[in-house]
Design a protein around this ligand. Structure first.
Ligand code: PLP
Length: 370
């Protein structure tokens, strides 16, 4: 049925989002073809890195770009770049450099875990993370007053993982960075807008290839010419164990090309989730469904299921456990499970799989009597 089931793995129905733990994205035929043809051929790799950078830069409006294995590698490489520039001796010593500024300022509510800690990725790149303010409140003065002669740059995380309230805006951070002639890096791993953060004045912006772009397991950094040159040079140092191969790069380029051409399918996803929510409300006992927009304001409309613990005898956690530990395994979005809320994300769901979810919910919880 699939290469995974051929090897005895369970079938996965992914209603959780672009989850790295579930394989991030299922790529289109065009991207799959790009992966295959690149993998079966040869190319001058350094030429490929330059060309890929030009292509990505074209779609992001940045001066230049660099493909990476993912956004996490992008964080490490971008950090290393602002610390070392193109100095080969420093590049070869990352993450253990001294006598140059290494402090990277991050708002406390941005220092999150996306599957691994952002702060650790910065440290791999040689950065000394300086968290400023409190996790729910950061003043501009916290940022300004943390700047000293050891400051190498500022780091802004645009993500639903980050605290959304009480943080300083990117615009404010850019202004502080410019005032102090410091570079500012933006982690926009899962963002849909490939141009916005460059336009807002970020020096380096990091994206994941396997999230909004629905590409293979890759990513990229785009930004200022000299800084991207410094990023590219990190492949002679800390970037080497994060080397992205020719097939990944070509898959990424085709994914960006297609992303640019593709119109949004948010409307289609919304109507699928509306039909799903209607069925849940009518057919599943003790669960009420509605539609909610993405917390970070992206054009993603998910079905929100509220599990009535009294009526069903199930907490959301127990229901999630039942859904995940079967074959097919159903994975939902569980950030609010503590409130007995489960979200269903339409983006990774193949057509019709929403009906499998309704049926499974009925099996576990019982249907409503008619
Ligand atoms: C997913 C994510 C990453 C890591 O991206 P990969 O491409 O999986 O390496 C980094 N930062 C944020 C905010 C993310 O959401």
């Amino acid at each position: 049925m699939s290469i995974f089931t051929d090897f005895g793995l369970r079938q996965i129905i992914n209603a959780s989002g672009k989850m790295t733990a579930l394989g991030a994205s299922a790529v289109s035929d065009q991207v799959a073809t790009a992966l295959q043809s690149a993998a079966q051929d040869y190319v001058d790799i350094s030429e490929l890195y330059i060309k890929a950078g030009e292509v990505i830069a074209g779609y992001t409006g940045a001066e230049d770009a660099l493909p990476t294995t993912g956004a996490a590698a992008g964080i490490a490489i971008a950090t290393a770049a602002v610390i070392t520039g193109t100095n080969l001796d420093l590049i070869e010593r990352i993450p253990n450099v001294d006598q140059v500024p290494t402090e990277i300022i991050v708002q406390k509510g941005h220092s999150v875990n996306f599957g691994a800690p952002i702060a650790q990725m910065i440290a791999i790149g040689g950065g000394t993370v300086v968290e400023v303010g409190q996790s729910n409140q950061v003043e501009l003065d916290h940022i300004k007053q943390a700047i000293n002669e050891n400051t190498a740059g500022l780091f802004y995380i645009k993500s639903h993982h980050a605290v959304q309230k009480g943080m300083q805006s990117l615009e404010n951070m850019v202004a502080v960075a410019k005032e102090h002639h410091l570079p500012i890096i933006v982690d926009a791993a899962a963002e849909e807008d490939l141009k916005k953060y460059i336009q807002l004045g970020a020096d380096l912006v990091i994206y994941s290839g396997g999230k909004a772009l629905e590409g293979p397991t890759t990513g990229f950094i785009c930004g200022k010419k000299e800084l991207i040159e410094a990023c590219r040079k990190q492949y002679k140092g800390v970037g080497r164990p994060m080397k992205v191969g020719k097939e990944g790069i070509m898959g990424l380029l085709v994914a960006i090309q297609r992303y640019h051409e593709k119109e949004s399918n948010a409307a289609d996803q919304l109507s699928r989730m509306e039909a799903f929510a209607k069925r849940v409300n009518e057919e599943v006992k003790g669960v009420s469904a509605s539609i909610v927009q993405d917390e970070a304001g992206r054009a993603i409309y998910r079905a929100k299921l509220i599990v009535d613990e009294k009526q069903t005898g199930f907490t959301a956690y127990r229901l999630i456990h039942e859904l995940e530990n079967a074959n097919p395994a159903i994975y939902t979005r569980n950030h609010y499970a503590n409130l007995n809320i489960i979200n269903v994300d339409p983006r990774p769901l193949l057509k019709g799989q929403e009906n499998i979810i309704v049926n499974r919910l009925k099996e576990i919880l019982g249907g409503t009597e008619k």
